[in-house]
Design a protein around this ligand. Structure first.
Ligand SMILES: Nc1ncnc2c1ncn2[C@@H]1O[C@H](COP(=O)(O)OP(=O)(O)OP(=O)(O)O)[C@@H](O)[C@H]1O
Ligand SMILES: [Mg+2]
Length: 253
């Protein structure tokens, strides 16, 4: 069984005033198998964040279906949804979504607190992740006291701390310099090899070339996919660059 099945998902936003409509997703269909590592690329405004929000059930599709572990998300009751999301998903938001009145540490603990874990257990989960992300010395600081890249790494730690089966990451390297970005991609590769499934939106060809599959979104649909097979990161890099060149020519944006 696929971990994730996305079937003919369409999303139309209706603006509050004037009633004009924006079609963010036209017809998106794909599946993700357990232990896959998929990068999603596409121009700004092509619907990538919309898609991730729907997969995380933070937003509802206008039509179409999303099944996670065979379960249709639309059939999960609102009061069950928070627990279902917490048990299965880690989400790294494009704008980090850290709470300003919480220290980085408390932000990272949040999903564990909500799951009712004990402090000692939480601490044991945090230490190795904080170390891998290089934020151990920043844990007592507040989001407004640290840089964008440091906030981003705290947001990644918060998504990883529950060891979710599926990680949805929206531009997780967007605020990072090249070294921090390489470190994060190495961490993603490690957790993926240890069995976690990753779906990562990225504008970075380098970041995408460490995934096992790259999916390109254009005009609200899956336009093209590249599978790694036994290609090296360098070969993936070349193929992704070529695909992006095709994607941007003839586009209406
Ligand atoms: N809440 C909303 N209401 C109305 N339109 C929206 C809303 N959210 C997104 N859109 C529109 O839907 C389209 C897709 O937006 P989305 O944020 O999914 O793009 P994206 O691919 O994530 O872009 P980026 O790479 O810039 O993050 C855009 O045209 C956007 O303006
Ligand atoms: Mg986006």
């Amino acid at each position: 069984m696929s971990l994730l099945d996305v079937k003919n998902v369409k999303k139309i936003y209706t603006t509050r005033f004037g009633g004009s409509q924006v079609q963010a997703l036209a017809d998106v269909t794909f599946s993700v198998e357990p232990r896959e590592y998929v990068a999603i690329m596409g121009e700004s405004g092509s619907g990538k964040t919309t898609l991730l929000n729907i997969l995380a059930s933070l937003d509802k599709p206008t039509s179409g279906r999303v099944l996670l572990k065979g379960r249709d998300l639309s059939t999960i009751k609102d009061r069950e949804m928070a627990a279902f999301r917490r048990q299965n998903l880690g989400f790294v938001f494009q704008d980090f979504n850290l709470l300003d009145t919480f220290s980085l540490e408390d932000n990272i603990y949040l999903p564990l607190v909500l799951a009712g874990k004990k402090y000692e257990e939480m601490k044991q989960c945090l230490n190795p992740i904080a170390q891998q992300l290089g934020i151990t010395d920043l844990l007592k600081k507040f989001p407004y006291e640290v840089s964008g890249g440091q906030k981003q790494r705290a947001a990644v730690a918060r998504a990883l701390i529950t060891k979710p089966q599926l990680i949805l990451a929206d531009e997780p390297t967007g605020a990072l310099d090249s070294r921090a970005s390489d470190d994060l991609m190495n961490l993603f590769n490690t957790i993926n090899q240890n069995g976690q499934t990753i779906l990562m939106v990225t504008h970075s060809v380098k970041a995408a070339s460490s995934a096992n599959r790259v999916m390109f979104i254009k005009d609200g649909q899956v336009f093209h996919q590249i599978y790694r097979g036994n290609q090296t990161n360098e070969e993936m890099y070349q193929k992704i660059s070529a695909a992006l060149a095709v994607l941007s020519t003839g586009g209406e944006q």
